[in-house]
Write a protein that binds this ligand. Structure first.
Ligand code: HEM
Length: 456
């Protein structure tokens, strides 16, 4: 089924139905308590109630879209913008002038500024940094000491993003600070989104104080990065120079706040998503030793035993499929929202102007109607002869349309390289005290994964 076939003719308003209300709501909280208690199960079971269903979060009605085709139709339609509780909390905390939350002409201008740094032909220039950082990881792990996967994954994610895109000398200390700041900020934002208790989050409670401290440090880090670049007087060909030299629609330099918010808007999703996905990949390598061996043997066939290089990545097709399959079952970005800007129609249902809409890539990517043996880790389902049967939009971890992640090529190259280098270098075992349950926040990742790397 394609998006085009979902919505061939817009029915007249009187023919449109209101989406059904999902069952199981309770007075005052509606479905909020279910969403807060087990969000992944809650979002996944909504598909049993309809293609679009209404849910109540406190007094608010939110529309949940549950089929791949309708999520694709929504992402490609101009009737929906980035807005809603998730984005409002993001804007309030991370800044109002970054590309991830802007809409309309401002968003288009900002995308034009950042896009060149992420173009397919720009990625090979990042190869040496990605190689260097991946090898540094392997060297640190050679001793076989237990790895704290959270801090190690953040370290490489932050260092690669910062060194490639901001050309900064990003020390481990800053990566560590960013990791701590993002963990608190994203967890706090998630609570604020799911349980919107407004003024209670301003009380001087320890959790609120920790959240505010983390947020302040995040902004301080970004100020440090921008100030350092200015003080250096250098203008390397990178994303930060593009931001510092960007002009607004009148041809004037963009403001300080916009520069700051743009760096936040790129560094934060860039670090959190990549780090979460590396953690999931490490879990895959530990839980599926046969897959780790298969990746290792593909790597050695391609490299003939020399260290993996960035240029090998495009030949590592099985490794790439392991990354995609890991992202299918444990998508870092598991929930997305939009707001309707006009009275509109989706899948034959009436969506009123101002409606908040939510959908879950996690639920879509685990839908048994789209995937045979949907919960099985099976990278070969991405072989061309098999993947052709997977419905369109059933696997869009970077989304589609004008809000599509600019970093899809960058991310896939890095994740494939990291997986190849790690599987080539080590076998992994979980150690006592490792908690591999999924931790749900703004992103998904294993709770507290601790692994012993055994050099091959
Ligand atoms: C947007 C996923 C890595 C920067 C998005 C969106 C998704 C996504 C799904 C669209 C959000 C929406 O539709 O509402 C991912 C995944 C990643 C990843 C799964 C890695 C595993 C990165 C990296 C960067 C980045 C490494 C930057 C260094 C952004 C930005 C946006 C975005 C700036 C906002 C784009 C816009 O609104 O125009 N990402 N991302 N992402 N991502 Fe990523």
């Amino acid at each position: 089924m394609t998006v085009e076939s979902v919505n061939p003719v817009t029915p007249v308003a009187s023919e449109l139905r209101e989406p059904p209300l999902a069952g199981g709501g309770v007075p005052l909280l509606g479905h909020g308590w279910k969403l807060a208690r087990d969000p992944l199960a809650f979002m996944s079971q909504l598909r049993d109630h309809g293609d679009i269903v209404r849910i109540k979060l406190g007094p608010k009605t939110v529309y949940a879209v549950t089929t791949p085709a309708l999520t694709g139709a929504m992402a490609l339609s101009p009737d929906y913008i980035i807005a809603g509780p998730l984005w409002e909390s993001l804007e309030g905390l991370l800044g109002k002038e970054g590309v991830a939350t802007a809409n309309g002409p401002l968003h288009r201008r900002q995308r034009r500024t950042i896009q060149p740094a992420f173009r397919l032909d720009a990625i090979p220039a990042y190869g040496p940094i990605m190689e260097e950082e991946t090898r540094a990881l392997v060297e640190r792990w050679q001793g076989g000491e237990t790895i704290d996967c959270t801090s190690e994954s953040f370290r490489i994610a932050v260092r690669v993003a910062a060194r490639c895109l901001l050309r900064g000398q990003f020390m481990d200390e800053r990566a560590e600070r960013l990791c701590i700041a993002l963990a608190s900020v994203f967890q706090g934002m998630y609570h604020r989104m799911v349980v919107p208790l407004g003024p209670l989050y301003r009380l001087p409670l320890p959790a609120n104080r920790e959240f505010n401290r983390a947020l302040a440090d995040l902004h301080l880090l970004v100020d440090e990065i921008v100030a350092e670049r200015r003080a250096s007087g250098q203008k390397p060909d990178d994303l930060l120079t593009a931001l510092l030299e960007a002009k607004d629609d009148n041809g004037d330099p963009i403001g300080e706040q916009e520069i700051h918010d743009q760096v936040v808007a790129i560094l934060t999703p860039g670090s959190e998503t990549i780090a979460s996905t590396i953690m999931s990949l490490l879990l895959v390598l530990a839980d599926h030793p046969e897959q780790a061996d298969k990746v290792c043997s593909e790597v050695r066939t391609v490299t003939g035993g020399r260290p993996v290089a960035f240029d090998d990545v495009r030949k590592l097709t099985h490794t790439n499929n392991v990354v995609i399959e890991a992202m299918r079952l444990r998508p870092a970005v598991w929930i997305l929202t939009r707001r309707a800007v006009a009275d509109t129609e989706l899948g034959g249902y009436r969506i009123p102007a101002g409606a908040d809409i939510v959908y879950s890539p996690y639920a879509i990517q685990r839908d048994p109607r789209s995937y045979e043996r949907h919960l099985e880790f099976d990278p070969d389902r991405w072989l061309p002869e098999r993947s052709k049967d997977i419905p369109k939009y059933a696997m869009r971890p970077f989304s589609v349309g004008n809000r599509k992640c600019p970093s899809d090529h960058f991310s896939m190259a890095l994740l494939t390289l990291v997986t190849a280098v790690l599987a080539d270098g080590f076998r992994f075992e979980q150690v006592p005290g490792s908690v591999d349950e999924t931790r749900v926040g703004i992103t998904l990742r294993p709770q507290r994964l601790r692994l012993k790397p055994v050099p091959r």
